[in-house]
Design a protein around this ligand. Structure first.
Ligand SMILES: Cc1cc2nc3c(=O)[nH]c(=O)nc-3n(C[C@H](O)[C@H](O)[C@H](O)COP(=O)(O)OP(=O)(O)OC[C@H]3O[C@@H](n4cnc5c(N)ncnc54)[C@H](O)[C@@H]3O)c2cc1C
Length: 414
């Protein structure tokens, strides 16, 4: 892989930018691999990258039925934060945020991390009490959190309407939270994995597993059968489909989650604002567009569109809190399919089938988890032992009852 640097940019500029090599290879699938990963989203690609980089696994392929980054990793609203409530989540998500802080250098690809802070609002005295408890728990978990008065909220976001239908009583901020560029994260991992010899095979749908004596031996795909010692899947909104193909069930419900952007305007919002009561979150992208959304659509579906009533609710919620945006035009709207678990925490690790692993149930918040998700899944696959950071996120917690209920910290906050 040719590194990106000031010198290479200058050299290419002199040559009219005609000499850039392809960013990743697109090989034909081989007959078999040591590790096959299904799903070329952020999680699948990061897992492949860390398997090759940290565990020296040489013969790896990532398969995708569409194009890489065409799933939720290219559809999300890019929020990165680690202000979770429970110690297991805080440890995992803060590790992820720390990996994000060095990711541009690690991948030699600018992921445009902007730690502009993420502000969570409280709309009643009781909610503020809850937020104080949440912020204290976060601090005990060694993650940064600061409770703010309404005056401090107004100073941070001057155009906010504190006297909206549910008046703002304060909030809390994680200053290390913010956004990064989702396409860059996916492309950065794809480029770095490809350079380490990982085969990325697009337009290759997995239609079944080859399982013999409870052990996975390979996968059936639209491009033929491919053998593998170990297989892992990270397919976001299709976890239950893949699990069904492998003969087990997962406790997830699949819903549409939509987001939208306004026309671009000059910089006016330099923090991410979220509200669970008004039910919306918003940030301003580097292009100047307002990127916003709210909760998942109200019925189960596999259509990547999103319904109009929820779109209207999201816009109304934005304008309730930030009425100055009322004359902006909406430019684009889209949706992704998210798999939500009963405790809104992810499902990671072993499956009931030997040598078959998975990472799913990320719901509305798995983008921020991509670096740690990839690193810990790579460790789990390479050693056939769950990484200590994800030991509590296995499927067995739904038998033991040891749930990690992050309903409050996930919800609309992404
Ligand atoms: C609108 C929206 C906003 C969001 N906002 C945020 C946010 O701000 N912050 C945050 O942390 N998270 C957010 N999320 C969640 C986040 O995007 C996801 O949790 C994360 O991207 C999941 O990554 P992944 O790699 O597991 O899945 P994906 O990126 O969806 O990749 C899965 C891939 O699997 C492929 N696939 C599926 N079935 C098969 C098959 N049978 N064979 C081969 N390939 C298959 C798909 O084509 C897809 O490319 C948001 C999600 C949405 C939809």
């Amino acid at each position: 892989m040719k590194g990106y640097s000031f010198l290479s940019l200058a050299r290419q500029a002199l040559g009219g930018h005609k000499g850039w090599p392809l960013v990743w290879r697109s090989p034909e699938p081989k007959k078999s691999y040591d590790v096959l990963i299904i799903g070329a989203g952020g999680h699948g690609l990061a897992t492949a990258y860390y398997l090759a980089r940290n565990h020296s696994v040489k013969n790896i392929a990532v398969l995708d039925k569409g194009w890489l980054g065409g799933g939720n990793s290219g559809r999300n609203t890019q929020i990165t934060r680690s202000n979770y409530f429970w110690p297991q989540s805080a440890a995992f998500f803060d590790h992820s945020l720390r990996l994000y802080e060095h990711l541009s250098r690690e991948l030699n690809f600018n992921v445009m991390l902007s730690q502009r802070g993420i502000l969570t609002l409280a709309h009643s005295v009781h909610e503020l009490e809850g937020i104080r408890r949440w912020a204290n728990a976060i601090k005990i978990n060694d993650v940064d959190a600061e409770v703010l008065t309404p005056f401090e909220v107004k100073k941070l976001v001057p155009m906010i309407n504190l006297d909206c239908r549910f008046p703002v009583h304060g909030g809390f901020i994680q200053r290390r939270g913010g956004i990064s560029r989702h396409d860059a994260v996916v492309w950065g991992y794809a480029r770095a994995a490809s350079a380490l010899g990982v085969d990325i095979i697009q337009q290759c749908e997995v239609t079944g597993f080859d399982i013999q004596s409870d052990r996975v031996m390979g996968v059936k795909t639209t491009r033929g059968t491919i053998g593998a010692d170990r297989v892992s899947f990270a397919v976001a909104g299709h976890t239950s489909h893949l699990a069904k193909m492998a003969g087990f069930r997962v406790p997830v419900t699949s819903m549409q989650l939509q987001a939208m952007v306004s026309e671009p305007i000059k910089p006016c919002l330099d923090t991410v604002v979220t509200s669970s009561v008004i039910h919306m979150y918003v940030s301003q992208s580097d292009r100047g567009e307002l990127v916003f959304g709210g909760g998942a659509d109200i019925y189960n579906s596999y259509a990547q569109r999103g319904g109009i009533p929820v779109l209207q609710e999201n816009v109304a919620a934005l304008l309730e809190l930030l009425p100055a945006f009322s004359r902006l035009r909406l430019m684009r709207q889209w949706a992704g399919i998210v798999d939500i678990t009963p405790d809104t925490s992810p499902l990671m690790g072993h499956t009931p089938v030997q040598n078959l692993y998975f990472s799913g149930g990320w719901g509305t918040g798995g983008y921020k988890a991509i670096p740690a998700g990839g690193e810990t899944m790579a460790h789990t696959i390479a050693n056939d032992q769950p990484h200590p950071l994800i030991r509590d996120f296995g499927l067995e917690r739904f038998k033991s009852g040891l749930l990690i209920d992050e309903g409050a910290a996930s919800g609309v906050a992404h």
